[in-house]
Design a protein. Structure first.
Length: 277
């Protein structure tokens, strides 16, 4: 065996020895083997080579261990940093989830409030629809018994025409329907607060039609008289309009009252026939 092969064999033996013992124990073991008993020169050289090879392997192994320890420290620090980062991310995610849960709870509460408000609004709307339908029916009935001058008024007639034929099936808004009803009542109230004179044709009991002037005291009572002051009568609202009664004896007084209203004569007391039910 040449020297190179011999060294390799010693290094292999030394590596095997190092697998069994470590540190100073190797040197002690090998040193002891060098001094134990009489040996030949070849044995002595072999032991020296074996010891040298073991020491080299020991140094190499210590270097590997040192590097591995250093790398372990670095890996441990890296892992600690990663754990810290992930822990912070987990905290942030949990905070975000908690905030989102709070928003969801707030949204749910607000949704419940809106649903309650919608239900209350729906109930109020249904109540108002029923109420305005009743007002429309009464306004329509009232318009039928209004005096002819008011019924022929363009604004009043337009308001009456705007009343829905079927309150349950109409495209008119609730506000528009209330405007129509209010407009009719306002017009009737305004007419009722004044005295009016109108020229109309009136059919008498004998079927004859005559031209007369009609004096309306608001919407409750009316008086009519022809141009000669020989035919007169009274009128009062009924279910389908004014009901007229001829009363020729009252014609002069009615004519005098109309003249005062028109400013043709000075104001004076006039006695007119008024029937009170």
């Amino acid at each position: 065996m040449n020297r190179t092969s011999q060294v390799r064999s010693f290094r292999t033996q030394a590596r095997c020895v190092l697998l069994a013992v470590t540190g100073a124990g190797v040197v002690t073991l090998l040193a002891g083997s060098l001094t134990a008993g009489p040996t030949t020169q070849d044995d002595q050289e072999s032991k020296i080579l074996l010891t040298r090879a073991a020491m080299e392997e020991y140094v190499d192994l210590r270097g590997v261990i040192g590097r591995e320890k250093a790398k372990l420290v670095e890996d441990k620090e890296f892992l600690a940093d990663q754990i810290a980062i992930l822990t912070e991310q987990v905290k942030m995610e949990r905070a975000a989830v908690a905030a989102l849960k709070g928003e969801i709870d707030d949204t749910s509460a607000r949704t419940a409030e809106l649903e309650a408000e919608e239900a209350a609004l729906k109930a109020a709307t249904e109540s108002l629809e029923a109420l305005v339908a009743d007002h429309e029916a009464r306004a329509r009935a009232l318009a039928k018994v209004m005096p002819a001058p008011l019924q022929e008024n363009e604004v009043f007639s337009a308001l009456v025409a705007g009343l829905p034929a079927d309150p349950a099936d109409t495209k008119l808004s609730l506000s528009s329907r209330y405007v129509n009803v209010t407009g009719i009542l306002d017009a009737a109230d305004k007419f009722n607060a004044d005295v009016h004179v109108s020229n109309e044709n009136r059919e008498l009991g004998n079927g004859e039609s005559v031209n007369v002037d009609v004096l309306y005291l608001g919407v409750s009572t009316a008086f009519f008289v022809n141009q000669d002051g020989t035919i007169g009568g009274t009128g009062r609202p009924g279910e389908d309009g004014y009901i007229w009664r001829q009363d020729d004896a009252a014609a002069p007084a009615i004519k005098a009252a109309i003249a005062m209203k028109e400013g043709d004569t000075a104001a004076a007391f006039v006695q007119l026939p008024v029937k009170v039910d």
